[in-house]
Design a protein around this ligand. Structure first.
Ligand code: FAD
Ligand code: SIN
Length: 533
């Protein structure tokens, strides 16, 4: 089946939905999403959105904190753009009905690591759920937008898939005309054609054994864009969130950084505080430092977890500020966080790298835009400042709408004839065990060898094993009718390889990339993005 729209959006998180709402002003919009519409990283965001919303805060201070956390690699123009435009984007969210937390008639602004002011706008500790709710409500009442659930994009359509004349064959840039999309319930691959495509597929935490990310986060967008010829950058900078509940299953349950912002103290199992040995900001140091400190303490002491202690804080306030964390810990894990310290460990949380874009969300493929966690806008550099991710998605999706609209005005772009998905020569396979086994292998290798602390030896070993897995998966993929599990496995293997390749290229330690072979930061050679094209 072939669908034609002016705009195709892939993903229903904050990046995709906020883009779709505005793109619907100038055309018909299809949004495809691989599960139910709310299932996204956005939906699980706890802490909030960082933005300068108070008289005692300033753009320059938020810019300074972001650049400082990015350790020399953040792009100043992208950072300044995001921070300057952020407050207006947040007010638009409020205008469509997002209900954030207020105190005495003013937005209640929380504090998180690396921020020098209280600037985290939040809806108690379920900010993402509230944003997702408000955006989905607005989208569902817009007649120009249609959402396709259980639709998994598997390949971006470029010249490679165009049937016709050499006239549309590239002499210059590659063009994007849509995507092939698996209807996972009907096991049929449809063709979605569009004049503009917004890639908003989110993150890739599922590459790792322990992650805060839900199962949808398999790096599909990065892998698809990479196969289509997009430039990919900075994949070595994987952020590990310092505090996830120990042994909480998959995905790991997040204990928000806002809890440390409210006064939570980290202790080793024996009760000793340790953060002062790593940074004068202690619990409120940026995440790379806190995660590194916890990892180091665990290895030094042979413990399985450290403790996050809230017992000294007023219990009623803890319950009021963190109702989601309090209730989940109590009801699901039988842990009263106001009376017992919380056992925590780091887990993979966020990908700072991704598909390279300019500050209007354009990739190097004409007609293909990217926003949100799938993108590398230049904002985060070597480490993301807490709560800058939701903000980044809002700002750059908005800019991408304006850039796309202007582009279509100047050049309406007719979509050429595109062939249907070709799966001739493939067979149905029920080899679920192969997929599951390979997926586990990838996650284990990445956790053991490409985690918080790396070395040349570990990375070389990871590369050899991952190339083998990639070859096995590619071979299986070519012979097999696509399923959601197979598509994800292929993308996980590709993303893992991209992370390993970028990590091997950066022969220094900076931010989220720490290697025992090159312990220092090396500005002479590595004050630059790691770009794969
Ligand atoms: P997502 O919200 O992940 O949406 C991606 C969408 O793409 C989903 O709908 C998914 O189903 C769909 N998709 C993926 N692949 C395909 C495919 N092949 N075909 C079709 N659809 C596809 N950031 C902050 O700034 N503040 C916070 O407080 C915060 N807390 C967090 C807490 C948790 C537990 C987690 C996991 C992350 C948190 N983050 C936070 C990070 C932030 O939530 C994400 O970076 C952000 O939500 C990403 O938004 P997105 O729209 O790019 O992607
Ligand atoms: C958290 O609440 O700790 C997550 C915030 C973020 O990822 O920015």
């Amino acid at each position: 089946m072939t669908h034609r729209f002016d705009v195709l959006v892939i993903g229903t998180g904050i990046a995709g939905l906020s883009y779709a709402l505005k793109a619907a002003r100038f055309g018909s919009v299809a949004i495809v999403t691989k599960k139910q519409r709310a299932e996204s990283n956005t939906n699980y965001a706890q802490g909030g959105v960082a933005a300068v919303m108070s008289q005692v805060d300033s753009f320059s201070s938020h810019v300074r904190d972001t650049l400082g956390t990015g350790l020399g690699l953040s792009h100043q123009d992208a950072v300044e753009t995001m921070i300057r435009e952020g407050p207006d984007r947040l007010r638009e969210l409020i205008d469509i009905g997002a209900q954030f937390t207020y105190t005495d008639g003013h937005l209640d602004l929380g504090r998180e690591g690396g921020h020098s002011a209280n600037r985290i706008v939040h809806a108690r500790d379920f900010t993402g759920r509230e944003i997702e709710r408000a955006l989905l409500h607005a989208v569902s009442t817009n007649p120009n937008i249609r959402i396709f659930e259980d639709h998994v994009a598997l390949e971006i359509i470029t010249e490679h898939h165009v049937r016709t004349s050499p006239a549309v064959r590239p002499t210059g840039p590659i063009h994007c005309w849509g995507a092939y999309v698996l209807h996972s319930l009907e096991r049929r691959v449809d063709t979605f054609l569009a004049r503009l495509v917004m890639l908003a597929t989110g993150g890739l935490g599922q590459v790792y054994l322990h992650t805060t990310n839900p199962p949808i986060a398999t790096g599909d967008g990065v892998a698809m864009a990479c196969r289509a010829g997009a430039m990919i950058a900075n994949m070595e900078f994987i952020q590990f969130h310092p505090t996830t509940l120990f042994n909480s299953g998959s995905p790991s349950f997040l204990i928000s950084e806002a809890v440390r912002g409210f006064g939570g103290v980290l202790r080793a199992k024996d009760g000793d505080e340790f953060m002062h040995q790593y940074d004068p900001r202690k619990e409120l140091a940026p995440r790379d430092i806190v995660a590194y400190a916890i990892d180091t303490e665990l290895k030094k002491r042979g413990d399985e977890y450290v403790l996050l202690d809230l017992r000294h804080l007023p219990a009623a306030q803890v319950r009021d500020k963190f109702p989601h964390i309090y209730t989940t810990c109590l009801e699901k894990y039988k842990l009263d966080i106001t009376r017992e310290p919380i056992p925590v460990v780091p887990a993979a949380h966020y990908s700072c790298g991704g598909v390279m874009t300019d500050i209007d969300g354009r990739t190097n493929i004409a007609g293909l835009f990217a926003s949100g966690e799938v993108s590398m806008t230049g904002v985060h550099g070597a480490n993301r400042l807490a709560s800058n991710s939701l903000l980044e998605a809002l700002v750059f999706s908005d800019r991408a709408v304006r850039a796309g609209e202007a582009q279509l005005r100047e050049n309406p772009r007719d979509v050429p004839a595109v062939g249907p998905w070709d799966d001739s020569g493939t067979l149905n396979s029920e080899e679920w065990i192969l997929i599951e086994h390979n997926r586990r292998e990838i996650q284990q290798i990445m956790w053991d060898y490409v985690g918080i602390i790396r070395s040349d030896l570990r990375l070389d070993r990871a590369l050899r094993r991952m190339e083998l897995i990639r070859d096995e998966v590619e071979d299986f993929y070519k012979r097999t009718k696509v399923t959601e599990g197979l598509i994800e496995l292929r993308n996980l293997a590709q993303c893992a390889l991209l992370i390993i390749r970028c990590a091997r290229m950066r022969k220094e330690s900076r931010g989220l990339h720490v290697t025992t072979d090159y312990r220092d930061r090396d500005d002479a050679n590595f004050l630059r993005d790691t770009i794969l094209s």
